[in-house]
Ligand binder design. Structure first.
Ligand code: GLP
Length: 244
């Protein structure tokens, strides 16, 4: 794994956006795996800036998002479909019909997860998968478990994830208890994986995930096995990793 250490969140966002921009320039019809959460917001802002200067063309890019809350329609302001539209898609020239987020409202969970895996397979491999890091070590919504889930699946969110994500909702009871997420296999099959992590609150999770054993109890630790994994993190997030 490669680690890019930045001074702060702004520099982190620029470095991550540079890597994604290079991917789009090198392969204009690439498949981007995209992420939500607060960590990638700055990266998306930098990509939008690049697009507005004319440096980037997203017209042939396809995207697959990691996950979605069960029960939230795409027009719900806390749905990840809405997040992607507001934070990226509305501001660039990506063809919305080429953007994909798992449905949180399709009634048959198994059918929706199978549909999403078939869709990813139909695109071939994801060229670059962007990730954030959950405070309990989750990636997408692959929560700590006793085995690595493979394909897209429905998951019960852990209490720590509900606590971490309640800041986006009016009250804790409004946080969905389930989500649909790409599995670890989907993520690990991406050609490149890029993770953005910021802040001291994630430092212990970074240490556990990347200096500890590979274990499904810390899902992000599996990325130690990926042949093209880059962690872009600020000094604060890396503060408990030794020898940097
Ligand atoms: C959510 C998302 C993850 C994201 C995580 C961390 O749970 N499902 O994909 O990485 O939050 O979010 P943040 O970047 O806001 O800390």
């Amino acid at each position: 794994m490669r680690i890019i250490k930045t001074k702060d969140y702004d520099e982190l966002s620029c470095r991550a956006a540079d890597i994604i921009a290079a991917q789009v320039l090198l392969k204009p019809d690439c498949v981007l795996g995209l992420a939500t959460g607060s960590s990638p917001v700055g990266t998306y802002k930098e990509l939008i800036k690049k697009y507005k200067t004319g440096a980037l063309d997203f017209s042939k890019v396809k995207s697959v998002n990691l996950d979605e809350y069960v029960g939230l329609a795409p027009d719900h302001e806390q749905s990840y479909a809405y997040f992607m539209y507001e934070n990226l898609f509305a501001h660039i020239n990506i063809d919305l019909t080429n953007t994909n987020v798992p449905s949180g409202i399709a009634p048959d969970a198994a059918a929706e997860c199978a549909r999403y895996d078939a869709l990813i397979a139909s695109y071939g491999r994801i060229d670059l998968q962007l990730l954030g890091l959950g405070s309990n070590g989750h990636i997408g919504f692959n929560e700590p478990s006793d085995q690595f889930p493979t394909g897209t699946h429905q998951v019960a969110l852990t209490d720590s994830t509900i606590q971490a994500n309640k800041r986006f909702f009016k009250q804790e009871s409004a946080v969905p208890r389930h989500a649909r997420t790409m599995g670890i296999r989907d993520i690990m099959q991406a050609k490149r994986v890029l993770m953005v992590v910021s802040g001291t609150s994630k430092a212990e999770t970074v240490r556990t995930a990347f200096a500890g054993p590979v274990t499904p109890s810390v899902p992000a630790s599996v990325l130690q096995l990926h042949s093209n994994f880059t962690l872009v993190a600020d000094e604060a997030a890396l503060s408990l990793l030794l020898n940097l």
